[in-house]
Design a protein around this ligand. Structure first.
Ligand code: NDP
Ligand code: 2IT
Length: 450
């Protein structure tokens, strides 16, 4: 952790978190960042301190951990661990994705759930925050194995979720295939066809804009922030990390807005082409064939594949869009990006930058858009999907895109004016944390001691 909390009340709360959850570094990192942003707020708002809102907010309302037994294709019994954190329901039912990745543990699920509360609030939709997942790795598994795992996972999860209680969606390792199996099992057990799950396929209630929403929303947020400086994507060189759902549609929209995306990665390495990448080839490799990105270099002469995903940040660019995973930009990568002329970092992945890297970006004065503001487009369109499932009147692609553009513009304006109001102009980390916290705090105070 970089920095020190000056406010005694906040320092005590953070010490309690450290003591209670000593083995949860990602959760501690996410909490510290928010507490630091709230220093000017607690000075101005004794009512919030009196109601002890922050001490309540750093503790999730509920953390569910469960066994997920499933049978592999060879007939062996396998066991994974499932999680759902129902973090905060002050402004609406819990809402947030599911992550299937071997690294998943309580710290990661809690940091994601904590951040989700603030992000969801920024969308202005009435959603609380939640997150879940498993240490199951879908990579290398057959479709039947993934199906059996998802069915077993939902056989336990169904009792905790519901359209008015908690709505899961996708995240790392959970895309259309997994959501389909999870939805199918939920429907079968509950005998209800409803909007509990978002990210569904189009033929069974999915939103026409959900698949592209996070990546497109990231570019809309960034375009608004650049426009305020009299700038834009046109003519810029962009590096996008990852090659999953968020990365693919961030790349597509950045290209549509006139940028040249020269590099993308997966967990093994990155591809580079100074002429710009062909996103249709990447979609086929990743969405259809589910193969490694290294195959791009075989398919496209002139492109180069380099082993090791972290080195992608050595590629010079004007704009960096990290869209892979948490803490993918460390201080060395941050320094290298800025040294090579990068003027804007906008986070598609949750908590893309380490605390040190985030401080460095803010101090360097570059445009730094933190994930909870910049990647909120995905969950915003998830809510539109739930909404169209309730009204039974699907929105058109054009309607969704127009709403998404407005939401991302409003988030930008809200975050930037909150930062200004608290004397931190241009600091979107503080702006995002303060703007969302104040609304959640009002709701928590109004609802009394709960
Ligand atoms: P996907 O599973 O579709 O893609 C993840 C991508 O990141 C893959 O290219 C993967 O490579 C790479 N990756 C995963 N883990 C690592 C790692 N430890 N090191 C390097 N690369 C890694 O996930 P999404 O695109 O859905 O999610 C990406 C990020 O965006 C996550 O941080 C997620 O929380 C966040 N996010 C997602 C939203 C959504 O709507 N899906 C909404 C908001 C945020 P490989 O295939 O080799 O594993
Ligand atoms: O981090 C996120 O915002 C997501 N993974 C999407 C959550 C959602 O409910 O759509």
């Amino acid at each position: 952790m970089s920095g020190v909390l000056k406010n005694e009340y906040l320092k005590k709360i953070f010490d309690e978190v450290m003591e209670r959850d000593p083995h949860e570094p990602e959760f501690q990192q996410a909490v510290f960042e928010v507490l630091e942003s709230l220093e000017p707020v607690v000075e101005k708002r004794p009512d919030i301190v009196k109601a002890d809102v922050i001490r309540r907010l750093v503790e999730p309302e509920r953390l569910i951990i469960f066994r997920v037994p499933w049978m592999d294709d060879a007939g062996n019994m396998r066991v994974n661990r499932g999680f759902r954190v129902q973090y905060n329901s002050a402004i609406g039912p819990y809402k947030g994705g599911l992550r299937f990745h071997p690294s998943v543990n309580a710290s990661i699920i809690k940091f994601l759930g904590f951040e989700q509360c603030f992000k969801n609030c920024l969308t202005t939709m009435p959603m609380g925050g939640g997150k879940g997942g498993s240490d199951f790795d879908p990579k290398g598994k057959s479709d039947n194995e993934v199906m059996r795992f998802c069915q077993s996972f939902m056989t336990e999860l169904y009792r905790h979720v519901g359209q008015f209680t908690d709505g899961p969606a996708g995240d790392i390792g959970v895309g259309a295939r997994e959501i389909g199996y999870l939805f199918g099992q939920h429907k079968r057990i509950t005998n209800e066809f409803n909007g509990t799950m978002s990210g569904k396929g189009i033929p069974y209630g999915g939103s026409l804009g959900r698949k592209s929403a996070t990546g497109y929303g990231l570019c809309y947020f960034t375009a608004n922030a650049l426009a305020a400086k009299g700038d834009g994507f046109a003519g810029k060189t962009v590096v996008v990390s990852g090659s999953g759902n968020v990365a693919i549609y961030a790349c597509e929209k950045a290209q549509e807005m006139g940028a040249k995306v020269v590099a993308m990665s997966d967990s093994c390495g990155y591809i580079y082409d100074e002429k710009g990448l062909d996103i249709e080839i990447i979609k086929t490799l990743k969405e259809v064939k589910r193969c490694r990105l290294s195959e791009y270099a075989q398919a496209v002469p002139g492109s180069v594949y380099t082993e090791g995903c972290c080195n992608i940040w050595s590629v010079p660019c004007d704009i960096a869009l990290p869209c892979a995973t948490q803490n993918e930009i460390d201080i060395k990568a941050a320094q290298l990006l800025v040294k090579n002329g990068c003027k804007c970092v906008a986070e598609g992945s949750n908590m893309s930058s380490t605390a040190e890297a985030a401080y460095y970006f803010i101090e360097s004065g570059i445009l730094y858009a933190p994930s909870k503001a910049a990647n909120a487009g995905g969950v915003a369109v998830s809510w539109m999907e739930m909404s169209q499932n309730s009204t039974r009147l699907p929105l058109t692609e054009e309607e969704i895109d127009a709403k998404l553009q407005k939401i991302m513009k409003d988030i930008y304006e809200n975050v930037s004016s909150a930062a200004k109001e608290f004397g931190l102009e241009g600091n979107f980390v503080a702006g995002a944390n303060i703007a969302s916290f104040l609304k959640i705090a009002e709701a928590m105070m109004a609802q009394g001691c709960c």
